[in-house]
Design a protein around this ligand. Sequence first.
Ligand SMILES: Nc1ncnc2c1ncn2[C@@H]1O[C@H](COP(=O)(O)OP(=O)(O)OP(=O)(O)O)[C@@H](O)[C@H]1O
Ligand SMILES: [Mg+2]
Length: 268
Amino acid sequence: MTAAPLLDIANLSVQFTGRQGPVTVLEDISFTMGHEIIGIVGESGSGKSTLARAVLNVLPRQAEVKSSRLAFDGIDLPALSQRARDGLLGRRMTMILQDPRYSLNPVISVGEQVAESLVHVKGLPLHEARERTLTALASVKLRDPGAVYHRYPHEISGGMGQRVMIAMMTVLGPELLFADEPTSALDESTKGAVLQTLRDLAAERSIGLVIISHDLDLVSAFCDRIIVMNEGRIVEDCGAADLPRSRNVYTKTLLSASLTLSLSEVDR
Ligand SMILES: Nc1ncnc2c1ncn2[C@@H]1O[C@H](COP(=O)(O)OP(=O)(O)OP(=O)(O)O)[C@@H](O)[C@H]1O
Ligand SMILES: [Mg+2]
């Protein structure tokens, strides 16, 4: 018997019902993934975050989610109770959000926040959770984890904050991790280093990682496979190395857009 894919999605659609009636924001999404590193790219509004939230089951109530298959490690997700699905969240599948300033509690030191999540989710005694937190802070290449532990979110840079978030989400041992625009709040020089850390950690621990981004160039340098979305549909699913040879008109537009951008950067 072959092992079930980590994530298996077939014909997933999402509709939001608002005052103007239903709006379809995801349509006929199908793909499977294993313990690999995938980039999902597309313009704003193409449905990237909605796709991650549909898998994690954290969409608002007015969203209607349909699929012919939505399975995680062979588990039929829609068949689970709300409680069982909530139980997967944070433990086996999770998400890193865009801006650590909004994801971290401003009045608790960053180390305590990581330790508390370990106590809460894994039921570890606090002294053990603190030890594990120091190791986790070191694993995301934060220098002097002992000092970082006691800092408050406003006392660290955006790049350090995002490393803390990565430590917090990976220390719980997830198998599937969505990183939704994990570097868009960071400056150019920090983006690559944070993505490299995320990539290395995912590869080392065999985590299936999905990096969501607008930036095709950036993401294709860190992912093995790229899924391009446009208006709620997948228009391309290929190896990152095959992107330059894509025949898809939309992918080519995205590629030439990033080329134009990098040329204009040379001009400056
Ligand atoms: N709660 C909601 N109610 C109604 N429509 C929504 C809701 N959330 C998202 N949408 C719509 O769904 C579409 C896809 O949104 P989504 O946030 O998934 O796009 P995205 O690709 O992540 O964009 P961005 O790159 O800007 O983050 C958009 O048209 C958005 O307006
Ligand atoms: Mg989004």
